[in-house]
Design a protein around this ligand. Structure first.
Ligand code: FES
Length: 77
């Protein structure tokens, strides 16, 4: 049986997965504002706490053109 692992939710306010965020970066989003425009991640009722996760992922991607082996942990509310 082929079980595909689900992509973790990074932006809980808008239910945006890590896979969606990574695809947006691959597709050319090179700022967090562009990520929001493409996915709605980063602007929600919490005030954008997921930017603490998406920011480091973006920095890593822009520097290495690949993604970190494990995404940073979402800060606890
Ligand atoms: S978790 Fe992304 S805006 Fe709140």
């Amino acid at each position: 049986m082929n079980k595909k692992k689900r992509s973790p939710i990074i932006c809980r306010c808008n239910n945006i997965t890590l896979e969606t965020i990574q695809q947006a970066f691959v597709d050319g989003c090179d700022t967090l504002d562009k990520l929001f425009d493409a996915t709605t991640a980063g602007v929600g009722p919490c005030g954008g706490s997921c930017r603490k996760v998406t920011g480091p992922i973006l920095e890593y991607y822009l520097k290495h053109k690949t993604f970190p082996p494990a995404p940073p942990k979402q800060p606890k509310k």
